[in-house]
Design a protein around this ligand. Structure first.
Ligand code: SAM
Length: 388
């Protein structure tokens, strides 16, 4: 089965897996330089709607694959990276498949567990501690809704330092059930606050989604003392709406760089997949096959471009505000601020800098020798010289 077949009618899962795969590929290589082992936790492992007999379209198989690749590269350099995984699944039937998968793995330490994520926090912590000082934990939380990972229960996992998390924030579900009185308590538990519902009351559409994601990012930042919390948007394949956000939390700028690369690559693929899914939907409605050429890449849809414009506008304004207030800003700080918005890339920031330089509102300080553009880690400063 090709990847297109494996993920047909669940293209959003492919985008999620693409982000996970791309991120872990570089994450594992980087972590292996300094750490003896990686402890990878999948709190809602599945398998879930998989089509491949060997489960290669499951998050746990994808993760293990990437971790193994990093280990192989480092082995060539004489380093032995230990791989440790804890896979949790509540559903009995799915767990049985997970367990046989785990039994078949002989080259990594895999602990499958049949149970609920929240109830297993202490077992997860124990498993991580058993990895001793030299392990770096990465926690993937991929639920089917917004329950089962209440803020106060997962807090000890968020606080792990070192440690990173990637959470599937089910924006479409959350948006839909927000006003449902029966969900009041579970929302409070998700955000760890009773006030979020009031704070987002009255907002609709994209403004509502953004506010919910902002609130959740704020919670992660506070609970886990993460310095950087970034959302990637995964759009519904057939309609112009966000399906969910993958929210990534780290304490290192390198993580931001790697996550943004994963996001950017996945967004290009997402647009290609959405083009196909929307054509399929039209064909099913009209009963007519549309002429099409197999494409490797897609042109951006108007909806995607509109979303990108939205976030570019917001991020540009944030950088501008910072420059106006502080007058002299380390390029690295402007970079973090810009890239914390989804769909905004380093090339966008560099474009604004060029524009502001051309109008003499901004100058870059600290460039030496043949350096023409600012970059991170080089003490390059953006100096705002306009009165406005
Ligand atoms: C969205 S699916 C996970 C998909 C998987 N991460 C992937 O990408 O291939 C969520 C899984 O979590 C399981 N689940 C639901 N509630 C759970 C809970 N409270 N604790 C652990 N697993 C749970 C479901 O049975 C389902 O298999």
């Amino acid at each position: 089965m090709t990847n297109d077949e494996l993920y047909e009618r669940r293209e959003q899962t492919r985008v999620k897996h693409d982000i996970l795969r791309h991120y872990l590929e570089r994450f594992a290589h980087i972590v292996a330089h300094k750490w003896e082992s990686i402890t990878y936790i999948d709190g809602f492992a599945g398998p879930w709607n998989v089509r491949s007999p060997d489960l290669k379209d499951s998050s746990f198989a994808i993760a293990l694959d990437e971790l193994r690749k990093a280990r192989a590269t480092h082995r060539e350099k004489g380093k032995n990276l230990r791989l440790r995984c804890f896979f949790l699944e509540e559903d009995r039937a799915a767990y049985q498949q997970l367990e046989s998968f785990a039994e078949g793995v002989k080259d990594a330490e895999i602990k499958p567990q049949n149970g609920s994520f929240e109830q297993s926090v202490s077992s997860i912590l124990k498993f991580i501690r058993e990895g001793a000082q030299g392990t770096f934990p990465f926690i993937f939380i991929d639920p089917t809704g917004w329950t089962g990972f209440a803020c106060h229960r997962i807090s000890p996992l968020l606080k792990l330092d070192p440690g990173e998390v990637l959470i599937n924030f089910m924006t479409s579900h959350i948006r839909r059930f927000l006003k449902d009185e029966n969900s009041r308590q579970s929302f409070e538990e998700l955000f760890g606050s009773a006030e979020v519902r009031d704070r987002v009351a009255g907002l609709t559409g994209q403004d509502l989604d953004d506010a919910l994601v902002r609130e959740y990012r704020g919670m992660l930042r506070r609970e886990g003392r993460f310095t950087h919390v970034l959302p990637a948007i995964v759009l519904h394949p057939e309609i112009d709406r966000p399906h969910f956000h993958l929210i990534y939390a780290t304490r290192h700028p390198k993580g931001v760089e790697v996550f943004k690369e994963a996001e950017k690559a996945a967004m290009q693929e997402m647009e290609r997949l959405r083009e196909g899914a929307q054509r399929r939907k039209r064909e099913e409605r009209t009963g007519q096959t549309e002429l099409s050429w197999a494409r490797e890449t897609a042109t951006e849809s108007p909806y995607y471009s509109q979303l990108r414009d939205r976030y570019i506008g917001k991020a540009r304004q944030s950088v501008l505000d910072l420059l106006r207030i502080r007058k002299r800003v380390l390029f690295d700080d402007a970079w973090i601020l810009a890239l914390e918005s989804p769909l905004v890339w380093e090339s966008d920031l560099k474009k604004w800098i060029k524009e502001w330089q051309s109008t003499e509102e901004l100058r870059v300080e600290g460039l030496v020798g043949r350096e023409r553009v600012p970059s991170r880690g080089k003490s390059h400063f953006l100096v705002w010289q306009s009165g406005a």
